[in-house]
Design a protein around this ligand. Structure first.
Ligand code: HEM
Length: 406
């Protein structure tokens, strides 16, 4: 998008109105020049160079995917890796040696991974599944389309032309992280994270070749952190805002499973927050300058919400309900950036009824105090999750060979 139309978008539609729970002050890339100040002492590594993560990409995965693409090996590699699904599964024969070397190294859990915490996180993900899937699926999706660099890259990469498949593939990793066996030998989180790392490296190689691409190098360490905060950090903040009871051990465990996932996605330990306090501080630093409206983000949001409304059980969830729930999850600022319509009936209803549903689930109020209409919203939330879950089962993550077809 040209600078002029970007400006127009910035000025339009009340997009600069309310500033919500994410602490977003000003949009965005226009002032992405502030120095990097988040201290590595708050990281898992506990120390580090303090280098600006906007200038760091993935020195291990990038040459591997570039070589696979340049040599035309990707289709055969995708075919061979199709049935590589379990964390403990040996790699199939026939892969290029340099790819095997990369994967064998990349699939190792970090030395600081704590099995007990990962098991606890799995139980937490199960017990809070409805909230977490809704927040990570719908909420995270709506936030990611309000991250210009992510919206542009998704739009102009291969998956941008087929959002259904793209949603399906992305939700695969989300469900892997939330699965009971995520990091057990029979789980698939390691596999999906390592495949995603190769996909991201391929995107770094392919996107600059697109005639539409004008935004420089992409998917830096900071970019990944930005998206990461729209997942666990955002979800934890929302759970707290909703007064969901979470023990300190559960909160730690939930952070841990996402720390391990960040590591497997190629984020350096010196950038992975060690505590929730450090995570919140980093989120507050990286999100505001990296969020805002784009034409592509608005279009992607519309496709996503349209899919949710159409493809849940026929007639069960209307587009106004979808819009209202999405707006409720991400707030007015992000919704305006994403072009999500305000819904005069469902909007206020959800704001009143969702807290009652949460209170009921938390055992704080008895059933008779939950109005009948609230269960329509509850059912919609379940339908969304089912939608993501079903789509995810239909596909697997593959390395792309092209950008968005013209
Ligand atoms: C692909 C997850 C960060 C852009 C994927 C895939 C997953 C995923 C699971 C594979 C699905 C597919 O092939 O469509 C994540 C997670 C992230 C993250 C968990 C951070 C925690 C980012 C960032 C960007 C980005 C920061 C860009 C700024 C893309 C693009 C694709 C992709 C363009 C490929 C789309 C295609 O070719 O169809 N990501 N991602 N991702 N991701 Fe990410």
């Amino acid at each position: 998008m040209s600078e002029l139309s970007r400006r127009k978008l910035l000025m339009s539609g009340g997009a600069l109105g309310a500033f919500g729970a994410l602490g977003l002050a000003t949009p965005a890339w226009s002032r992405d020049v502030s120095p990097w100040t988040w201290s590595p002492t708050g990281s898992i590594a506990g120390s580090g160079s303090g280098a600006d993560p906007r200038t760091i990409f993935d020195a291990e995965a990038d040459p591997v995917s570039a070589r696979l693409l340049d040599s035309g090996a990707v289709p055969e590699v995708n075919r061979l890796l199709w049935n590589w699904t379990r964390n403990d599964q040996p790699l199939p024969a026939g892969l290029p040696g340099y790819l095997v070397d990369f994967i064998e190294h990349a699939r190792q859990l970090p030395a600081w991974a704590d099995t007990a915490k990962l098991e606890r996180a799995a139980q937490f993900n199960k017990s809070r599944g409805l909230y977490l899937n809704l927040l990570n699926g719908v909420g995270g999706g709506m936030l990611s389309t309000a991250i210009p660099k992510e919206a542009w890259s998704v739009y102009y990469s291969k998956g941008g032309a087929d959002m259904e498949d793209r949603v399906a593939k992305t939700s695969l990793l989300g469900f892997s992280v939330g699965a009971l066996n995520a990091y057990r030998p029979d789980g698939d989180c390691v596999v999906n994270a390592v495949k995603t790392r190769l996909v991201h490296a391929a995107v770094r190689h392919l996107l600059p070749q697109s005639p539409h691409w004008q935004w420089g190098p992409i998917i830096s360490q900071e970019d990944i952190l930005v998206t990461w905060h729209t997942l666990p950090t955002y979800a934890m903040r929302k759970l707290r805002e909703w007064d969901v009871r979470i023990s300190a051990a559960d909160a730690q465990a939930y952070l841990h499973v996402w720390q391990v996932t960040a590591h497997l996605l190629g984020v350096r330990d010196e950038y992975i927050p060690a505590t929730w306090a450090a995570a919140n501080a980093q989120s507050d630093q990286v999100l505001p300058p990296n969020m805002g409206p784009t034409r592509e983000g608005v279009e992607l949001t519309d496709i996503l919400l349209g899919q949710l409304a159409e493809q849940t059980s026929p007639g069960s969830v209307s587009r106004p309900l979808v819009n209202a729930l999405a707006r409720y999850l991400v707030g007015d600022q992000v919704s305006d950036w994403d072009g999500i319509k305000r819904e005069p009936i469902w909007g206020p209803l959800i704001a009143r009824l969702w807290p009652l549903l949460v209170k009921f689930r938390e055992g704080l109020i008895p059933l008779p105090l939950v109005p009948e209409a609230a269960w329509v919203i509850d059912e919609a939330a379940r339908q969304y999750i089912l939608f993501f879950l079903t789509k995810g089962q239909e596909t697997k993550i593959e390395i792309p060979t092209i950008n968005r077809p013209e």
